[in-house]
Design a protein around this ligand. Structure first.
Ligand SMILES: [Ca+2]
Length: 93
């Protein structure tokens, strides 16, 4: 596998790992999103005990207002963050 293929596979397995914890195995509920953010992003997006921030991130991600975050909604977060990292590192040169 190429690096990009590995990255895609990792995104899928990571999402599934949290999404399958409870209820619908294809979507993240707020509790599952909170765990994913805490374990995979640390303090990058918000503090673990900042309930208001987690509520806001969940609401922002749930663009179709289904009260859950599906894979395409999750991927939009990754795209956005990857873009920000790219901009950050390219502006440093
Ligand atoms: Ca949704």
């Amino acid at each position: 596998m190429t690096d990009i293929q590995k990255a895609m596979a990792l995104l899928i397995t990571s999402f599934t790992k949290y999404a399958s914890k409870e209820g619908d195995k294809e979507t993240l509920n707020k509790e599952e999103l909170k765990e994913l953010l805490q374990n995979e992003f640390g303090d990058l997006l918000c503090k673990a005990d900042d309930k208001a921030a987690i509520d806001r991130i969940f609401k922002d991600l749930d663009t179709n207002k289904s009260n859950s975050v599906d894979f395409s909604e999750f991927v939009s977060l990754i795209c956005c963050l990857t873009q920000m990292c790219h901009d950050y590192f390219t502006s440093k040169k």
